[in-house]
Design a protein. Structure first.
Length: 158
């Protein structure tokens, strides 16, 4: 059975509804959104797998327009603590080239999860700059031994 959701408030709706019964948003105009815009909206979907899939696809597209919504998704998720979604967003950000991604990755080196910090180091290792190397060097004093070891391995390769 297929579930349908309002693309504005994510309330369940019937397939043929023209207006959401919760937020009163007209459903029809959302049909005209681009694929990219629909993916960005899906980053706030109530179903975890939909959010993760949207983040993954945005990363695969490598479209720089996705940086801001992905950054918002990961910073907006901090109170919820969905580590799997955060990891999907981080990996997506890591696939997008550009200096605008760099500060987000640096910020994630302070994330409570060692898994996210390790992923941030992996993503930073793609940047062949002094700033990236300095950031990775800071991870040598990370509380997690596995993050420290990863930083050591990456720094040997650089």
């Amino acid at each position: 059975m297929i579930s349908f959701y309002c693309p504005n408030c994510w309330s369940r709706i019937k397939e043929d509804e023209k207006f959401c019964h919760e937020c009163k948003t007209e459903i029809e105009p959302f049909d005209h959104l681009s694929y990219f815009e629909k993916l960005v909206k899906a980053l706030t979907h109530p179903e975890r797998t939909t959010r993760i899939r949207a983040a993954y696809i945005l990363g695969e597209l490598r479209d720089k327009r996705a940086v801001k919504p992905l950054a918002k998704a990961i910073s907006g998720n901090r109170g919820i603590r969905d580590i799997f979604f955060e990891e999907a967003v981080l990996v997506a950000l890591g696939k997008i080239d550009g200096e605008e991604v760099f500060p987000i990755l640096i910020d994630l080196l302070d994330h409570p999860s060692f898994l996210i910090r390790a992923d941030a180091i992996h993503c930073l290792s793609r940047f062949k700059t002094k700033k990236a190397t300095q950031a990775i060097k800071k991870a040598l004093s990370d509380p997690s031994p596995s993050v420290q070891e990863l930083a050591r391995r990456i720094l040997r390769v650089h």
